[in-house]
Design a protein around this ligand. Structure first.
Ligand code: NIG
Ligand code: FE
Length: 412
């Protein structure tokens, strides 16, 4: 299978394979080739260059990209895409004045979603999740991380991860899986958090590693959920089961979770809406990627992650959706990129870097995804005819994606 894209107005995010992420001031540049061609073969990016020296390729299926930009597919490193039902009622409750925390205290929130998921069959959960996955493929996402955490029983947590695995087998998207058993304390363990953590670090992790159902371990480190000590316990147990950490920290309060993540060499620390100077200092010199989730801030009307401050401190930043029923019922990375520009004051170059190569890094995929690089997976977006790539976040409500190519094949 060979596909040649020609007359590309700008081929964006062209990098050699020594780059696994970009940080600080480097994020302001987006390497590109003007008036370019791109050759995709057997699902991989094979070659590219300016039209002025395109070899005389014969007999290839060709797409003319006159006036259009081509860039790597979005890499969404933080989602909870496999969930059951919805929480539209809580959305209305919030409009009527209740806070997200008040709803959770009344038995809504994560445990509400868990109850629904426990009563949903694996087949039904798969069908509901597949509809969401199909939508985000069309919106340009080519690699994604999916977390468990809406099960909160061994059976239900495994069900989520099996569904995520099956989605990865049936759709042309790379899926990384994260075990988030420590997402909330289930009602049965209301007064026995340690008992629940025994289950998470014992039976759940045991079965997940036996079935090889996860790559990463996660925990919601937050007041009212899990402490820093709980976080360390779960991360250490995860390590014993071959799961490296990617954690939810600093969404509502800075309680020291960032330092715990860095100490355990977390691949990413996600949310960071409330970030203090110590958190920024501890991230410097680490391999941990800070991840902002601007759609979550938008939907919950909470502060935006200070991404500007993070990048200006010389750190990298990744952008992801957080697609989930409670805080972000949207998996649209185009909206995330636009919102990062509009609300976090990222430049279009910074936002595109954050949503491609840095997103790939935050799910351990930067060797194969996130840039236009020879040998990487042929996952690319072709935009509509637009004046410049900055038009993507500028025209924030429009769909400016014309075609999506995944593993070298156009998505119908
Ligand atoms: O990442 N913050 C924790 N977990 C999810 C949302 C939980 C929910 O409300 O269902 C998040 O935002
Ligand atoms: Fe999340």
């Amino acid at each position: 299978m060979k596909l040649l894209l020609r007359n590309i107005k700008q081929l964006l995010q062209v990098r050699d394979n020594s780059i696994d992420k970009v940080s600080g001031a480097e994020m302001k540049s987006l390497p590109l080739i003007e008036n370019a061609w791109l050759l995709l073969k057997d699902g991989l990016i094979t070659d590219y260059g300016p039209m002025s020296n395109m070899p005389d390729y014969q007999g290839f299926k060709t797409i003319d990209c006159t006036g259009k930009m081509v860039l790597p597919s979005w890499c969404d490193s933080h989602t909870h895409l496999v969930y059951a039902g919805n929480r539209e009622q809580e959305f209305v409750d919030r409009i009527n004045g209740l806070s997200y925390q008040e709803i959770a205290e009344k038995g809504g929130g994560i445990v509400n979603s868990a109850k629904t998921l426990q009563q949903t069959s694996e087949q039904d959960l798969y069908s509901q999740s597949a509809i969401r996955l199909e939508e985000i493929l069309k919106q340009g996402t080519g690699a994604i991380e999916i977390k468990s955490g809406y099960g909160l029983t061994t059976e239900a947590e495994l069900k989520i991860l099996r569904v995520a695995k099956k989605l990865g087998e049936n759709y042309p998207i790379k899926i990384k899986k994260t075990f988030l058993g420590a997402h909330a304390i289930p009602t049965e363990f209301k007064n026995n958090k340690d008992g629940y953590l025994d289950l998470v670090c014992g039976e759940m992790m045991q079965k997940i590693s036996e079935e090889k159902l996860a790559d990463y371990v996660d925990i919601f480190c937050e007041e009212g959920y899990f402490t820093v000590a709980d976080t360390e316990r779960v991360l250490e147990a995860g390590k014993k089961h071959g799961l490296s950490p990617k954690i939810h920290v600093n969404q509502f309060n800075a309680i020291g979770g960032v330092a715990a993540g860095v100490k355990h060499n977390a691949l990413s620390v996600d949310h960071l809406e409330i970030l203090n100077d110590d958190d920024i200092s501890v991230l410097k010199g680490s391999n941990t990627m800070p991840v902002a989730l601007p759609s979550c801030s938008y939907f919950l009307s909470i502060p935006y992650t200070p991404g500007r401050k993070i990048i200006d401190a010389g750190l990298p930043l990744a952008l992801a959706t957080d697609y989930n029923p409670g805080s972000t019922p949207s998996g649209n990375m185009n909206f995330v990129v636009a919102t990062a520009c509009i609300k976090i004051r990222l430049t279009p170059e910074e936002a595109i870097n954050a949503a491609t190569i840095n997103g790939a890094y935050a799910m351990g995929l930067s060797a194969s995804h996130g840039s236009i690089t020879k040998g990487k997976v042929a996952n690319v977006l072709i935009t509509k005819k637009i004046p410049s790539y900055g038009f993507l976040p500028y025209a924030f409500g429009s769909n400016n994606i014309d075609q999506v190519i995944l593993k070298g094949k156009t998505l119908e």
